[in-house]
Design a protein around this ligand. Structure first.
Ligand SMILES: [Zn+2]
Length: 136
């Protein structure tokens, strides 16, 4: 997995756990990602150094406000793209997730502004999850 993609993947999954009020830990993430605790721990350290996560011994891992904003942006991109694929392009809802997983990493505010505009303020994705309100 490319570096940016991996970073964004972590932030997104941690955000989803936080939204569900689940405690975020290295062992929990190693189960979610299906990788070793030491790989998770290395990545968490990098994200802490980038000030996107905070962690302390015996405490849960948390997104910083900057990390949370970035995570919300990625989740919004993912869900807007899924909605776009279904509503505008006519895809079946069960076929859009994998495509959105790729497109969510594109860094193009004009692209996502346009997608959002074309969906005229809809805020629920095809799977029933809320789309965070982001100004791209
Ligand atoms: Zn999805």
């Amino acid at each position: 997995m490319k570096k940016t993609k991996e970073k964004e993947h972590y932030l997104k999954e941690i955000y989803k756990l936080e939204v569900r009020d689940q405690m975020v830990t290295v062992s929990g993430l190693s189960v979610v990602f299906g990788i070793s605790k030491s790989s998770v721990s290395n990545m968490v350290k990098k994200l802490v150094a980038m000030k996107l996560l905070s962690s302390a011994p015996y405490k849960a891992i948390e997104l910083t406000s900057e990390g949370r904003e970035l995570a919300r942006t990625i989740v919004a991109k993912h869900r807007l793209v899924e909605l776009f694929l279904v509503e505008v392009m006519g895809f079946e809802p069960e076929n859009v997730h994998e495509i959105a997983e790729e497109i969510e990493h594109i860094d193009s505010p004009p692209f996502f502004r346009k997608v959002k505009q074309m969906l005229s303020q809809r805020d629920i994705d095809p799977h029933g999850s809320p789309i965070p309100d982001i100004e791209f």
